[in-house]
Design a protein around this ligand. Structure first.
Ligand code: GDP
Ligand code: MN
Length: 389
């Protein structure tokens, strides 16, 4: 789960990580109201969406005059912001963060995340802040500093010093940096975050270290431990179809391709996506209907699949181990009664009651093709979709 910058900054404040003074607002009137409280000459109006790259896309405005705060607020609210992270459809701006302006002397980069390969948290920091860290890592990898933390002992002062010295920070900044790193570590571990990213982390002209931006992601499986974090979920920022799928206990992730996949088991679902790519197309989704799928969940899954306008063909790939193939067939037939299937459908059923399932599908009169293995199925559906565009 991701949260907004203003929410992450509230958590930062709770953990003594310095952030600019500011307020989240939902309307131009509220923005104008807050403008009266701003004490600095310059204020910053920032679009709150779950995506980075807002600065370049016009989602971060510097208001040099207090009156401009409401003007920019009006301009941004309701606007669809397209950044390199939102995809071409962009994101609608519903909230803003108004902040007091900071006089920046230097922009750095600092993040803390879980490195799955090494099974431990790692800090990543660089003097090259404000720009994309991926680009820095690619062009000048020597400018990216990593500090691994041993989770059995946790963050130690020397970890902070290692980073501060390698960055070459001035003595008055080093202490603040070490304290900040320690606080970030506490925040990550106590709240079950998988990533905290500060880009830019700034050194101000009066030598203070402040988090100017804040991004946080949480491990969904740890959300039960922190009700306060769970409450930060913003459904406006999530894919509608994914929310619908989660209500039915389905593991559905929307992707950008045009072949809808209905599969049981995460491993088979991943393999199915690979095989679709291998056959020359792209999957429209990841969908694992699970082992205990009932006719009802299959029906829901099928409807969610077809609700995606990009879907130009569907590949059902089921290996009946725990799940029984006739239930899958029943679910598809039920779903087809409610939504017309206008795209090619290829079905591969194997395992428990596969023969019965295929028989049911055949008798239903549905327009579909049967495949005897997944490679044949993937090739068939890709060919049908290519032929229909
Ligand atoms: P992002 O583009 O979505 O990552 O949004 P950021 O929060 O990183 O803001 C983009 C850029 O706006 C930053 O890199 C800063 O250069 C600038 N910016 C944000 N807040 C301030 C501020 O208080 N003062 C000044 N001078 N610049 C700011
Ligand atoms: Mn940023």
């Amino acid at each position: 789960m991701n949260i907004h910058e203003f929410q992450a900054k509230r958590l930062f404040a709770q953990y003594n990580i310095p952030v600019p003074d500011g307020k989240a607002v939902y309307s131009a009137e509220e923005a104008a109201q807050y403008a009266k409280e701003v004490t600095t000459d310059v204020a910053v109006v920032k679009a709150q969406i779950h995506a980075g790259g807002r600065g370049k896309a016009g989602g971060v405005k510097l208001a040099k005059d207090k009156k401009d705060i409401a003007v920019y607020a009006k301009e941004l609210l309701g606007k669809t912001l397209v950044t390199h992270q939102t995809g071409p459809e962009g994101r609608c701006v519903r909230k803003l963060l108004i902040e007091e302006g900071i006089a920046i002397a230097k922009e750095l980069y600092l993040s803390l995340l879980i490195d799955r390969t090494y099974s431990r948290p790692v800090f990543i920091t660089s003097l090259e802040g404000g720009m994309e860290i991926e680009e820095v890592a690619e062009k000048t990898p020597e400018k990216v500093i990593k500090e691994y933390i041993d989770p059995s002992v946790g963050f130690q002062q020397f970890n902070g010093r290692n980073m501060a010295f390698r960055l070459g920070l001035a003595p008055e900044i080093i202490k603040q940096f070490i304290a900040m790193a320690g606080n970030l570590y506490r925040l990550l571990t106590e709240k079950g975050a998988s990533l905290i990213e500060i880009n830019p982390l700034v050194i101000t002209k009066d030598n203070r270290l402040i988090a100017l931006d804040a991004k946080m992601s949480f491990d969904d499986n740890a959300l039960y431990r922190n009700e306060d974090i769970k409450a930060l979920r913003d459904l406006d920022e999530e894919e509608e179809l994914e929310i619908e799928a989660s209500k039915h206990g389905l593991n559905y992730i929307k992707l950008n391709g045009n072949i809808g996949c209905m599969v049981n088991g995460a491993g088979l679902a991943m393999a199915t996506m690979d095989v679709i790519k291998l056959a020359g197309s792209e999957p429209a989704n990841f969908l694992d209907v699970g082992g205990g799928a009932s006719k009802e969940t299959v029906k829901q899954a099928f409807q969610i699949l077809l609700a995606d306008k990009n879907v130009k063909g569907v590949f059902v790939n089921i290996f009946g181990g725990i799940v029984r193939c006739e239930r899958i067939a029943g679910g598809i037939i039920e779903a087809a009664k409610e939504v017309e299937i206008k795209v090619p459908l290829v079905v591969r059923l194997a395992g428990t009651n596969a023969v019965e399932g295929l028989e049911m599908l055949r008798e239903s009169g549905l327009n579909l093709e049967v495949a005897s293995d997944m490679w044949e199925g993937a090739q068939k559906v890709v060919k049908l979709v290519m032929g229909s565009v």
